[in-house]
Design a protein around this ligand. Structure first.
Ligand code: IPE
Ligand code: IPE
Ligand code: MG
Length: 263
């Protein structure tokens, strides 16, 4: 379905990338290249309505669609969504099973939309831990959308940053022992190249919904200098408008990267 922003959303888009007539105190500053989101609050959303938690996850998929459209609209090339953490395996089996089915259906149903919008789907995490039927759909969807050159939508699945860093250390250690790399060649860039996110720019902006002030083992290395936007909105209520608000918040920030303020 083509995306038609509401009048309210269009106003925010105009403020962000508008014709120059709108108030744009950040004029000349680039939009973020990579936005990472911790999609949180599905269970509370359902609980508030007396519904089972899975209904929150189901509605959360509508938020994923809305955010992908909003991100694509701004031509932001990377969107990375935290969909399932290594720690989430400790949830009840019934919730995990329902989540996996929702994930498979999403991956299947979204292919036409992704093709239409030149979006390629990718994933990071311990993918081999996922049920086989999810792994199959994941590779099918990734293959089908491979040519998408406008935006990379990355799902973090069975993802944990400490797990990712540990795996990178192991790979580097192995190569060092085999004599393929010297200790002096172990740089920050080399470490980055051994993470699941190799080849992707680091996130400029990290958004967390549902008000929690923590990073829950998400992209710890990569967010070293990301701006953080936390909103109290629960993920199933999160829509394009909230995404644009987060980008506006980001545009107003003064990113110093440890240096003194640039005039
Ligand atoms: C986020 O919502 C979705 C996943 C972690 C899979 P939660 O399920 O964590 O919802 P809350 O935090 O319990 O409200
Ligand atoms: C983080 O949310 C993981 C995902 C969004 C997939 P959690 O709900 O699992 O995190 P905590 O438990 O609040 O830290
Ligand atoms: Mg949560």
């Amino acid at each position: 379905m083509p995306y038609h922003p509401s009048a309210e959303a269009q106003k925010l888009i105009d403020r962000l990338v508008g014709d120059g007539s709108a108030e744009q105190p950040w004029a000349g500053k680039p939009l973020p290249k990579h936005v990472a989101i911790i999609m949180d609050g599905n269970g509370r959303w359902a609980g508030d309505r007396g519904l089972p938690r899975i209904e929150g996850h189901r509605e959360g998929i509508q938020s994923v669609r809305a955010v992908a459209q909003a991100c694509r609209k701004l031509e932001i090339p990377y969107l990375t969504l935290y969909a399932f953490s290594t720690e989430n395996w400790k949830r009840p089996r019934t919730e995990i099973a329902a989540l996996m089915k929702l994930l498979r259906d999403f991956l299947k149903e979204e292919i036409p939309e992704m093709l239409e919008n030149r979006i390629r789907l990718d994933s990071i995490g311990n993918i081999k831990k996922l049920p086989l039927y999810v792994q199959h759909q994941l590779s099918k969807t990734s293959r089908a959308t491979k040519a998408g050159d406008m935006m990379q939508l990355t799902l973090a699945l069975s993802y944990g940053s400490r797990d990712e860093i540990t795996q990178a250390v192991k790979k580097i250690a192995r190569k060092t022992v085999q004599g393929k790399i010297k200790e002096s060649q172990i740089t920050q860039e080399l470490v980055s190249e051994h993470l699941f996110t190799a080849g992707m720019p680091d996130p400029d902006l990290m958004i967390r919904s549902s008000g929690e002030l923590r990073v829950s083992n998400y992209l710890l290395w990569q967010i070293a200098y990301a701006e953080i936007h936390v909103t109290p909105v629960l993920w199933p209520d999160f829509r394009d408008i909230h995404f644009y608000q987060a980008i506006l918040d980001y545009m107003g920030r003064d990113r110093r990267f440890g240096k003194v303020r640039s005039k």
